[in-house]
Design a protein. Structure first.
Length: 471
């Protein structure tokens, strides 16, 4: 049994419900992330033993309480279909939550069945592992267990449990929950715990709440800038789906954008495009305002002063986001450092991509590998200007290419490939496509023989493409 800690349970008991029941599903390992198990040194025991140990309710397990603004509306929530087993101390001393998702009802389940579909857990597994390989902060997927349960959504589906690894599951919504209880002591304990766990360098800071808020703002500005530069759309950025750690969490209706368009939104439930690709930075800022509101009493005894502090901090979100984004985008066109001229060039490129509906990844891929293809026709003049600027900055194309190869992926989980892999795995009982996809996404920058499959996007595929929450 890997040694697990129970530090979250040291928080006041309002933060969780202890679960006394055992998991009574008949489970079978469906997917196991050997590379992750190895990295975390969780592969000391054999696989079935490890899984058995994790399912045993030794401590007991807990369901975490939280709240959240869902599409702008506040609700009290909590783990309605998940349980925290405990925290695993990795070889690097870092603590990781091990959580089971889809593990049955808790007192937070409301009308839900507490279960998860195999197809939804496969989506989470695929996207979290893809982001991890792209070096974007994210929760990880250690395994999927099939439960041999039939569960009912639009149709009858197979049930599954995901074993999820996270730096923690503390969300903006966890702070909203604590603030809603109107007990400053409870909120202080949550903040202290979060600082200790995620931002220990500010533990001794005199203005702890200020430093904490600033740190979370920075982590999120960095994260969202990475989503933007890689073309990732989270799809349901409710405050309960935003972590304090800065990791991507809760992959529901997420997708990668093919055609560049700021309005891209695939989620079937997001009818107004609240969480469209181009709105992600402003929605992240909106969420961080909700976090800041919880912390107002710690920022100043004078409410007006506290609000001014928050406004100033959140204006800083824009500056930080822009800086991170510009640095990432500059690299995508071969500049190690950014400048006003590079910024203009990036903006011009994006505007041409939007105008001509160019494929986001294929554009950067073709520029990186200097392909003379039809796709680049509408940007021929831009390419001349780009080469001129490289020259003016004394940058050899080969140097620029080296930088570009490190940041412009060849393999991303294209929507049609994800759907195909999940369809074959769940409907046809054939894991072949899934296994190939999972193998390919491990090396997003390798232009190997599989790569070609990720470049051809079926014409018009995204026109009516919809993704689902999977709850
Ligand atoms: P999510 O859409 O997964 O971010 O979940 C939002 C909220 O709904 C959380 O409080 C979940 O625990 C809860 N929830 C989602 N699916 C279920 C389900 N099948 N049964 C019970 N609660 C659920
Ligand atoms: Mg969620």
């Amino acid at each position: 049994m890997p040694k697990l800690l129970q530090t979250y349970r040291q928080l006041p008991s309002c933060f969780y419900e202890a679960l006394n029941n055992k998991i009574d599903y008949d489970v079978n390992p469906y997917l196991f992330n050997q590379a992750l198990a190895h990295k975390l040194e969780l592969d000391q025991e054999n696989k079935p033993e490890l899984i058995n140990d994790l399912l045993e309710n030794h401590y007991p397990h807990i369901a975490q309480a939280y709240a959240g603004h869902q599409f702008g509306n506040f609700s009290m929530l909590g783990d309605g279909r998940a349980r925290l087993i405990g925290e695993y101390q990795s070889p690097g001393e870092k603590l990781y939550d091990i959580q089971l998702k889809g593990s049955g009802r808790t007192s937070f389940s409301k009308r839900g069945d507490g279960k998860a579909t195999l197809s939804a857990m496969l989506r989470e597994y695929i996207y979290s592992e893809a982001l991890a390989a792209l070096q974007i902060p994210t929760t990880r997927s250690l395994a999927i267990l099939s439960t041999s349960e039939k569960i009912y959504r639009q149709t009858e589906e197979e049930g599954a449990i995901l074993i999820r690894i996270a730096s923690s599951h503390i969300r903006v919504g966890t702070f909203e929950y604590a603030a809603a209880l109107q007990d400053k002591e409870v909120l202080t304990e949550l903040m202290d715990y979060s600082i200790k766990r995620h931002y220990p360098h500010i533990e001794m800071n005199e203005k702890r709440a200020y430093a904490f808020l600033k740190s979370v703002i920075d982590s999120q500005a960095k994260l969202i800038s990475e989503w933007s530069s890689i073309g990732f759309i989270h799809g349901v950025m409710n405050t309960d789906n935003m972590t304090i750690s800065g990791e991507t969490i809760d992959f529901g209706p997420c997708a990668f954008m093919n055609r560049y368009d700021l309005d891209t939104c695939f989620s079937s439930i997001d009818v107004n495009g609240r969480y469209a690709f181009g709105s992600q930075p402003s929605m992240a800022k909106w969420n961080l305002f909700r976090l800041a509101e919880c912390l107002l009493p710690f920022l100043s005894t004078n409410e007006e002063t506290a609000i001014k502090i928050v406004e100033q901090l959140l204006n800083d979100f824009d500056r930080r986001y822009e800086q991170y984004w510009l640095t990432n985008m500059s690299k995508k066109i071969g500049f190690q450092t950014t400048s006003y001229d590079v910024k203009i060039l990036i903006e011009e490129l994006l505007s041409l991509m939007q105008q001509h509906q160019l494929d986001y990844h294929n554009t950067f891929y073709s520029l990186t590998y200097q392909l003379s293809c039809e796709l680049l026709q509408p940007i021929t003049i831009w390419i001349e200007r780009w080469h001129k600027l490289l020259k003016a900055q004394d940058l050899e194309y080969t140097m620029a290419q080296k930088i570009m190869k490190q940041v412009n992926p060849v393999v991303i989980p294209r929507n049609h490939i994800v759907e195909e892999a999940i369809y074959h795995a769940t409907v046809k009982n054939n894991q072949l496509f899934l296994k190939q996809l999972l193998e390919d996404i491990k090396s997003p920058y390798a232009a190997n023989k599989s790569a070609i499959n990720y470049i051809d996007v079926p014409l018009g595929h995204d026109d009516n493409y919809q993704t689902f929450c999977g709850t």
